[in-house]
Write a protein that binds this ligand. Sequence first.
Ligand code: R1P
Ligand code: URA
Length: 292
Amino acid sequence: MKKYFAESELIINSDGSVFHLHITPEQLADKVILVGDPGRVGLVASHFDTKECDVESREFHTITGTFNGKRISVISTGIGCDNIDIVLNEIDALANIDFKTRQEKSTLRHLEIVRIGTCGGLQPFTPEGTFVCSQTSIGFDGLLNFYAGRNAVCDLQLERALIAHLGWTGNMCAPYPYAVDADEELVERIAADDMVRGITIACGGFFGPQGRELRIPLADPHQNEKVESFEYNGRRITNFEMESSALAGLSRLMGHKATTVCMVIANRVAGKANTGYKNQIDDLIRLVLERI
Ligand code: R1P
Ligand code: URA
């Protein structure tokens, strides 16, 4: 017996579109580019040769079109892993659930998903302007812990090594981090020979969880020193952003290929930031469009 998804579990609008994204199953391409900033959707789509739909709903802006003959949907997620939970579940439903019968389709449709974002660099070799492709993502957000199968897709050894290195116990800086690899083939294709392959920590916030202390003291004032000095099989943690862990984890559980590429805009080691990055990120967008 196929599972039936009730109206309350998979909310479909009266026009047949999915609740938050407001797009219909026909409007989603197999290749998906996710961006945080809704304003970045137009920048990606400005490279498209054709456009078939342009839909805005809350922070979710979707344009589907073609680039060099490839059909691509670019979707903004807004900020944070909570929004990735919404976007990943809704695009997976658009691809793999029949909206008429409300049942899972018999053949799995695989999506290829690349997130293009901005991040903070944590190593001397990741200054402003560096493109980092997340080979592994560590979630300081707890999202994946709500899904069964989490242990099967996570690197439990890496999780234990990091927790021991940080010396976090009890409620300190909870929830428990989860570590997930991006799709290996996609990382090789997207990162090619001009991006740093990194370990990214996705945080449940921009300030405290990324070790930024303004007026309120941090639970662990030495968090970032420890994050920067952590080494795992010769690899270092390269960057902080806020979505790659949920994207890597949910994509693995759902059977999609995914990775995240980010441009470093804040050099946390040198204490420098670049706020005029909007033109520079276009170079990263072009690389991803060519390689996806
Ligand atoms: C914080 O400023 C935002 O920037 C990064 C973080 O992940 C977070 O979403 O990515 P985007 O530039 O894609 O939004
Ligand atoms: N995005 C983040 O999440 N952190 C940074 O430091 C810069 C961009």
